[in-house]
Design a protein around this ligand. Structure first.
Ligand SMILES: Nc1ncnc2c1ncn2[C@@H]1O[C@H](COP(=O)(O)OP(=O)(O)OP(=O)(O)O)[C@@H](O)[C@H]1O
Length: 353
């Protein structure tokens, strides 16, 4: 059952159309990431769900209760403090002059008390040592502060958790560790969650559903694997990750291009298309004359730490190059080496617009 249902949201700020007919459904207990480039309307959508902003048109329903109806005629409005929502912002927004215990007690609506069972339970939930309860926020690391912010937001058992880029200010290592812990806590508590992020990896790893937004509209919504492997258009494909794009001709469930006849993820209209392949789908192998397959010459290597992006110029058509993701090891083919190429798994194809 959908716990959050957003229908037909429109919102303009003067001449800027921030939201242009946005629909969103979030299943109870699941996590949705709102992903898109800067200015696409993610924060405006989150703020309307929270009740910090009113839409020009459209509605928001949380747990079956209509909390927002936009427009002047049928307007309905439940103020933010009566929506039973937890909200964590980028910087956590803890009260700097209060101790951690006082910060959490404030959210619970009671005076601080040593040994408060609910505060102990919340600190344990977010894996924080009870020894920090007497400290003030500036005496904690950024990751610890975000965990306190989550504990505080969970204190009143919200029916919906809204996370507005809560990991953006953390450095890379702390960021993924904090993200994993927050995801585990939210799953354990079964809280329906909406996360705003402009980080593709974060959206794909954190959420059950990803909503890709552009210019105030939803480009595509779906499970992370589905949208990464089967993006609706080339813009979404490129926004979600690296792409290899080649001209091709589609027919039925296959497409023919410089890398051979390839299986399509989804059938598309027959004829000229642009084929989209993810670099990690292209396996690079030593040349083997007994296995005829597309061949190329390594033209460049770009070291990325965990792997390298290898540029290969195709032997049959040197005007075409493809990039492959290769595990970096001493035996990997160097620049100038001839290699065989094989595409693994289905690919996507798009007719000219
Ligand atoms: N209060 C406001 N007044 C005027 N314009 C606004 C206001 N809030 C948002 N906007 C504009 O609406 C558009 C959408 O903004 P929004 O903050 O929702 O985007 P975003 O996707 O969250 O961007 P970012 O990732 O940079 O935070 C932008 O063009 C922004 O400048």
């Amino acid at each position: 059952m959908n716990h959050l249902v957003v229908t037909g949201l429109h919102k303009s700020f003067g001449a800027v159309r921030a939201l242009d007919g946005v629909d969103l459904q979030v299943a109870a207990g699941s996590t949705t990431a709102l992903l898109g480039p800067s200015g696409c309307g993610k924060t405006t959508l989150l703020r309307i769900i929270a009740g910090f902003e009113r839409p020009d048109a459209g509605s928001v329903v949380i747990g079956g209760e209509v909390v927002t109806v936009g427009g002047t005629s049928a307007a309905r409005w439940v103020p933010p403090e009566r929506r039973a929502i937890g909200y964590v912002a980028q910087e956590g927004a803890l009260f700097p002059h209060l101790t951690i215990r006082q910060n959490v007690a404030f959210a619970l609506g009671r005076k601080e008390r040593r040994g408060d069972a609910r505060i102990t339970e919340l600190m344990e939930l977010v894996s924080l040592d009870l020894g920090i309860l007497g400290r003030r926020p500036h005496e904690l690391s950024g990751g610890q502060q975000q965990r306190v912010a989550l504990a505080r937001a969970l204190a009143t058992r919200p029916r919906l958790m809204l996370l507005d880029e809560p990991f953006a200010a953390l450095d890379a290592g702390l960021r993924s560790a904090t993200r994993d812990l927050v995801a585990a806590v939210l799953a354990k508590e079964g809280v329906t969650t909406v996360l705003v992020t402009h980080d593709q990896e974060e959206a794909l790893s954190f959420a059950d559903q990803v909503l890709v937004m552009r210019n105030g509209q939803v480009q595509q919504a779906g499970a992370p694997r589905d949208i990464y492997n089967g993006p609706k258009n080339l813009w979404t494909a490129g926004f979600l990750g690296d792409t290899v794009q080649l001209p091709g001709v589609a027919s039925g469930s296959t497409v023919r291009c410089a890398l051979g006849a390839l299986q399509l993820e989804k059938a598309c209209a027959a004829g000229d298309v642009t084929v989209m392949i993810r670099p990690e789908q292209i396996a690079v192998m030593p040349c083997d004359a007994s296995h005829p397959c597309p061949r190329g010459v390594v033209a460049g290597l770009s070291y990325r730490g965990h792997d390298s992006l290898m540029t290969v110029k195709l032997a049959d058509d040197p005007s075409l190059t493809v990039t492959c993701r290769a595990l970096d090891h001493p035996g990997m083919p160097g620049v100038g080496t001839s290699v065989d190429l094989q595409v693994i798994g289905p690919v996507s194809a798009y007719s000219p617009e």
